[in-house]
Write a protein that binds this ligand. Structure first.
Ligand code: FES
Length: 219
């Protein structure tokens, strides 16, 4: 197993909350307890924690079909949450849900609705199917549908907004970057990753991301 350190989204969220409410230092012991509660040991990389890799099948992350491969007929222009499912070194099937940042979101738009800067080569363009990281690039919350503005995404934490038809570019709020797109293709009836996320997911730097992907090859 490989030890791997990265920015912890839970710690980042706690730092943000503490800063926002001015509690750091003001409530002494309680802050210390809160901070200690948020510290987790370095991640031990294993097959359930490596990021989505080439050949991973996208499976439902919630609902009645949880754990089953996502079919095009299951998808709509609303969020469908997914995990990448791959294999470990022994060939055993592994859902990579051990790392919360591996959560994905998948959509199916009417053909022709996908626009730049969506990477069309990384989408199943003829069916309007596209997949992204489901974790906000601001402070790591899960993004979801925006009831007030259909076909856009809203992060419930600080109202970050993204456009999933246009490469999940930021259209509102504080996120500094678009949600990274996952390259996919159809393989039979399944939706399969053709590579890793095109950019690092939340909380990790480019150099760390490259190291992580290198280490993932040996897991
Ligand atoms: S975590 Fe702040 S906008 Fe998403």
């Amino acid at each position: 197993m490989t030890k791997y350190k990265r920015a912890d989204p839970e710690i980042s969220r706690r730092k943000f909350i503490n800063a926002a409410f001015g509690t750091a230092g003001a409530v002494g012991g309680l802050s210390l307890i809160t901070a200690l509660a948020g510290i987790r040991p370095p991640i031990r990389l294993n097959a359930s924690k490596v990021p989505p890799l080439t050949g991973d099948v996208l499976v439902h992350a919630e609902g009645d079909k949880s754990g089953q491969p996502i079919k095009p007929a299951d998808l709509t222009n609303k969020v469908t949450r997914a995990w990448p499912q791959g294999k470990d070194k022994k060939g055993n099937t592994v859902v990579r849900s051990g790392e919360p940042n591996n959560l994905l979101i998948v959509f199916k738009f009417p053909p022709g609705e996908l626009q730049p800067p969506t990477d069309m080569q990384a989408a199943i363009a003829d069916q309007g199917i596209v997949a992204y990281s489901g974790i906000c690039m601001h402070l790591g919350c899960q993004v979801g549908d925006n009831p007030a503005k259909p076909e856009t995404l809203l992060c419930p934490c600080h109202s970050g907004a993204y456009d999933p038809r246009a490469g999940c570019k930021v259209i509102g709020g504080p996120p500094p970057k678009p949600l990274p797109q996952l390259p996919i293709k159809m393989e039979g009836e399944n939706i399969v990753a053709t590579g890793p996320l095109k950019e690092p997911y939340f909380g990790i730097q480019e150099s760390e991301w490259k190291t992580l992907l290198e280490e993932a090859k040996d897991i």
